[in-house]
Design a binder for this molecule. Structure first.
Ligand code: FES
Length: 165
């Protein structure tokens, strides 16, 4: 979306119009855009600002405050390593480091091939199976550093064979 195409602009305007009667439409608009495109870059925020009259600075503040929203495109597979207390005491720090080492990216970054994004999460409500890792919503329980390469391989192989994991 580097240069916002007319079709994309029209779609964003349509999303804004959906919530024109809401008193506080911003979160709903941004959620729909995030779901539709996977990220909300500045030029999109400018269209939302023009449509709603909400200043870009305010929109930018919301986009950067909530981890659900992203300014940059995320990978096809978003790996979320929980770093909440229960997971952390069971070795989640080493687990995320292992993902980082194998994928050659830091938390918050995406691999060059666009396949994986690595995220550090707060408690995802699965403390009983700590350390927990979630990939596109699928939760892996009690993840050990020795499993990390296999997990990544599983996704790479599925991608090569065009299968769903
Ligand atoms: S601390 Fe990781 S799931 Fe709760």
């Amino acid at each position: 979306m580097a240069k916002l195409q007319a079709a994309a602009t029209a779609k964003i305007e349509e999303i804004c119009a959906r919530y024109k009667d809401e008193k506080t439409p911003l979160m709903m608009i941004l959620s729909d855009i995030q779901n539709e495109y996977g990220y909300i870059p500045l030029e999109v925020q400018e269209v939302v600002s023009k449509q709603t009259g909400i200043p870009v600075a305010e929109i930018y503040g919301v986009v950067t405050f909530y981890s659900f929203f992203s300014l940059t495109p995320k990978g096809k597979y978003v790996i979320g390593c929980c770093l909440g207390t229960a997971c952390y005491v069971k070795g989640a720090g080493q687990v995320i480091d292992k993902f980082s080492e194998i994928l050659h990216i830091q938390p918050g970054q995406t691999t060059e091939d666009g396949l994986f994004t690595l995220d550090a999460l707060r408690c995802i409500g699965a403390c009983g199976i700590a350390p927990a890792v979630s990939i596109n919503g699928k939760v892996f329980p009690k993840v050990a550093t020795a499993q990390v390469a296999d997990i990544i391989e599983q996704y790479r192989n599925a991608e090569k064979e065009g299968q769903e994991v």
